[in-house]
Design a protein around this ligand. Sequence first.
Ligand code: B12
Ligand code: SF4
Length: 541
Amino acid sequence: MKPFKIALVNAPALGILDPWTDEPDFPRPSLAVLAAYLREKTEYQILCIDAKFDRLSFDRTIEKILDFAPDIVGFTAFTPEIKPSAYVAAKVKSANPNIVTVIGGAHLTALPDRTLMEFPHFDFGIAGDGEETLLEFCETVRVGGDFDRVKGLIHRVGSQIIINPARPRILDLDELPIPAWDMFRKAKHYWIQSAKGCPFKCHFCMNHNGRVARKNSVQKTLDEINFLLDNYQPEWIRFGDELFSVDMNRTSELLDEMVRQNMAGRFKWDVQTHVKYTSRELFKKFKLAKVTQVDMGVESGDSYILKHIGKGTNLDMIAEAFRIAHEEGVPTGSLIVLGQPNETKETVQKSIDIAVKINPQIPMFGIMVPFPGTEIARMAAKGEGGYINLSTNWDEYRKQVGGAVDFALISRKKVERMQFAGYLKVFIWNLRFWDLARFIWDYRIEGITILKKILKNGTGFLDMFDKMPVDYEAILKSEHTPTYDDMIFSREQWDIIQSDEMKRTNKLRPDLIKSQLPIKFSTAHAAIDINEQVLSSEVQS
Ligand code: B12
Ligand code: SF4
């Protein structure tokens, strides 16, 4: 019998403006995770085509898909990747209309029906966690069946687009197999995820994995690391967890085990977390386990802004977390977003100043992007928060070099100049000239792109995409251009889905909610309990 075939695709980049994202040294985790799940459960023939990792052109990507002759092609896409994915889907469908196309990932999850309306070349969409839905969907295509029954699926019935009820999240991540890294060439870096989800509600983040953190056990996490070490000897393992230390007891145990199993120092590794989920005890353990970097969200240096962005932090908590990390010798990264609601030159300056003060190993200044599904997108669509000129051209939705929105109280150009100056100031003010030289070398392409953009007369940057196919815009011309109402609606819908999910999880696994309430180690951490209150009141109602 002819095998059932599925190709899983990460589309090519439109240009190399930021090598971290456009020309990565790592394979795309979503493809590896979905392929592993399908392989474990089925006999399908599976091909992963990671065009960014393999530096494939659009033509070569399309050719590879068509040569494989799949029954289904599944595309993965963050917001700035949705148009390139749709372009590939359109070309594949025009060459072979029998191939079924399906899109999944954060963008589709934020704008489920709107994505299918904008891009008719996607036959189906899958929102949220993809593993179980993709399997059920493939089986429905393979043996025939009713698409209405597949939770999490978005599909067409005549000219109508139907969003099926959301699929409950997989609560125990240990159920999932180790990602199918063998379906890619050997890489220098790998991203793994030991926890998914985050209890906070930052205005600029959609929190697409939900507000209840779900975790791998310590053993499963160690197995994933050991699997990579044994088979691929990576230089760097990066944790894609929103909050690596969301369950501080689990993290503490994991760090002890990493030391006990002599993992420390065998590879570089880094994590992201929230200042509230840190403590001196934990930083000591991070140090022993030789973490390369702990990134923490600072977001803004202005106390009013900080108080209103849903992060549940204040300037004291932030300063204390970075101070303790320094004292314990743990290298840090600070994440700051310029272009917060009603941002001015003065508040941007405060954000740069706090970065100078906390003096992280690596400072990171992104510029606000109103990603769909976020509160910022809703505000920008309503003209609130000093946001103007909101674009719905998804190619502009990039944090380092982008242009999705402008700011009424400070020009984008000014923000870009201050962003550039901010990077320099952190190093120069702290007399870290060697670190500055290294930073400039490591991020030279990003730096040149930002500089080029600053020096350009116009404000656009889309002409820097030198790999954009000539027929790109023509192929993607749509009958439905996304509207501001779409952005507002998507935020409201997403809030409802998130809140239902929290209540459902609390009924099934109250321990998951409990384990993510931070342990209080210091007075500064005890100062703000907004999110604990939000968490407990939301789940109880
Ligand atoms: C690691 C990471 C990165 C890394 C690596 C990205 C990469 N190319 O792999 C780096 C640092 C480079 C990065 C860059 C960016 N990132 Co990022 N990143 C993450 C992070 C932390 C983990 C992603 C991950 O790999 N998870 C593991 C995989 C298995 O999960 P997953 O991708 O979500 O896939 C699951 C489902 O979404 C779904 N699914 C996904 N694809 C498909 C496809 C099909 C067919 C199906 C059925 C299902 C499906 O099923 C999967 C399994 O359950 C997330 C936050 C988070 N913790 O999730 C942000 C996140 C994905 N990033 C985000 C953003 C915005 C970006 C940038 C655009 C930022 C920027 N510079 O402007 C860039 C864009 C990158 C690009 N290629 O264009 C947003 C996405 C929002 C959005 N609307 O798109 C997120 C959600 C962060 C946030 N909360 O805002 N990122
Ligand atoms: S802390 Fe905020 S930015 Fe980070 S994942 Fe949670 S909601 Fe998103």
